[in-house]
Write a new protein. Structure first.
Length: 177
């Protein structure tokens, strides 16, 4: 057994390790992975120019990774661009890259696979709202904010336009009187 792996729980079957020291999980264990609603972080806003991987579920909630141009490595190894500290994630699990304005996810021979919307993939073009899973670590690909923060941005824009219009009307009234 891998020296970094946790010992099995009492009564649980012993797990074996994959080629990179990754814990092996059955397809049923991966399917049982539960997800809760997304967590929003106003300091790291998603946009089409700077999408984010937003963690969901107990183990990843609150984690958010901004994506940049070029290729980023995803894995458990500390040298990865996006480090996911989860034993179901291989040390070098996947790549995510911007190809001509489209983000593509590519599995790099991971033990537990890379999934997009519950379909195991070797590579896939991502779109807003896609659910991505590396082993048991689950994320949502976001190119824009939704929910309360997205609505607040729209409200701020409308208030700014209304204020500018009000200032223009006041200036006109002062000029004509």
């Amino acid at each position: 057994m891998n020296q970094h792996a946790e010992p099995p729980r009492r009564g649980a079957p012993a797990r074996t390790s994959g080629p990179q020291g990754t814990q092996l999980f059955s397809a049923e264990e991966l399917r049982r992975h539960s997800a809760s609603g997304p967590h929003y972080d106003a300091l790291d806003r998603a946009s089409a120019n700077r999408p984010v991987l937003q963690g969901v579920g107990e183990s990843m909630e609150g984690k958010r990774f901004s994506l940049r141009s070029g290729r980023q490595t995803i894995g458990r190894h500390e040298d990865s661009d996006i480090v996911i500290d989860d034993l179901s994630v291989s040390s070098s699990h996947a790549w995510i890259m911007n190809q001509n304005g489209h983000y593509v996810i590519m599995n790099t021979l991971s033990t537990n696979g890379t999934f997009v919307n519950d379909q195991r993939v070797h590579d896939a073009v991502l779109k807003h709202g896609d659910r991505i899973r590396f082993g048991q670590a689950e994320f949502v690909f976001r190119t824009r904010e939704s929910g309360p923060l997205g609505g607040m941005r729209t409200l701020r824009i409308l208030l700014g336009v209304a204020a500018a219009g009000g200032l223009a009307a006041l200036a006109w009234w002062l000029y004509t009187h």
